[in-house]
Design a protein around this ligand. Sequence first.
Ligand code: SF4
Length: 342
Amino acid sequence: MTKKNLFGLTLAELEKEISPLPKFRAKQIAANIYKHGIKNFEAMNDLPKNLRAELSERYEIRIAEVLKRLDSSDGLTKKFLLGLSDGKAVEIVLMNHDYGNSVCISSQVGCQMGCRFCASTLKGLERNLTAAEMLGEIFFAEEFLRGRNQKLDSVVIMGTGEPLMNYDELIKMLRLLHEDYCLGMSYRKITVSTCGIVPAIKKLRDEKIPVTLSISLHAPNDNLRSALMPINFAFDLKNLLAAAEDYAQASGRRVTYEYILLGGVNDTAEHARSLAKILGGQLANVNLIPFNPVAERNFVPPTKASVKKFFHFLNTHGITATVRKEMGADVNAACGQLRAKL
Ligand code: SF4
C-alpha cells in the first residue's frame, strides 16, 4: 500500500486526516513534523506507542532528497539539486549574506514565460510544484543550516518558475510557512518574485499577507521589455507599475525591481534616464544584476564602467539602487541561471 505523505498538510488538514482521533493529536503531529523536523513516527515520543505504529503503517513524512550539491569557491553559496517523488528535480540556492542566510527556491519545474535571457525557460514548463514540495525545499535548507548551528533568516521565491502562475499552491505554502506550528516565518522575511502577472499581483494584494514583491523589470520601455520578456505583450509597463505601486501602498512594503544589466542592450545612460523617470515617486528599490553568461543565450555581461554609471545615475536621481553582489556565478547559481541540472 502506498503511504500518504503528511508533510505539507496544514493543521486543519491533519485533523481531518487522522479523524476521529482528538484534535490535540494533530497538533502534536504537526509540532513533531514542523517544529522538531521528525520524519519517523517511532521517534514521536509524545504519542502512545500503538498510535505511532498505526501512523507508520499508513503514512510517511517525506521531503525532497538531495541529488547533487555544488559549493561556490568562496563558500558563501551552495546549490542543491533536489529530487521530487516523480523523478523530476529542482534547484535551490542557499546564500550566506552578511545579513543572514537566505534560500532561493523554485516554484515550478521549468517555466513557460520565455524570458529571453533566462536558462530556466529553455525547455518550457514541465509542471507546477505543490505547496508541500515548495515547503520541502525550504525545510531542506533549514535542516541543512540547523545541522551547522545556523538558522534560515529569509526565503526568496525567485528560482525556476513563475510563482504567480502557480498561485494557489504558492499561497497555501506561504500561509503554512508563517504558521506558529510550522516555521513561524514572518511575511516580511519572504520575497515573491514575478515577471509581471498583473491580475495575480492584484489578487496577492488582497490576500493581506505582506510579503515583499519583487518585479523582474529588465527594461524601461515597452518595446525593449516586450523583446526581452513576452509577458509584456499581455501586461504592459503602465499596468504593471500601477499594480506594483498599488501593492506597495496596500502592504506598506517597498517593491523591489530587478534589472538585469545586459551589455549594450539595456545598460546605456538613456536606459538609466528612462528607468529613473518611470519609477520616480514609486515606493521602490532597484536591484541591478550584471548579467551572468548562459551558454544558450547570446547576451553579454555589461562593462564594469556601465554598471557603475547606471548605478550612480539612479542614486543621484531619486531612485534607491543597489548592485547585487555576484553570488554563486561559478556554480551557475546566479539569477537567470537555474535549471534542473548541476
Ligand atoms: S526569468 Fe523567471 S519568469 Fe522569466 S523565464 Fe526565467 S524563471 Fe520564468
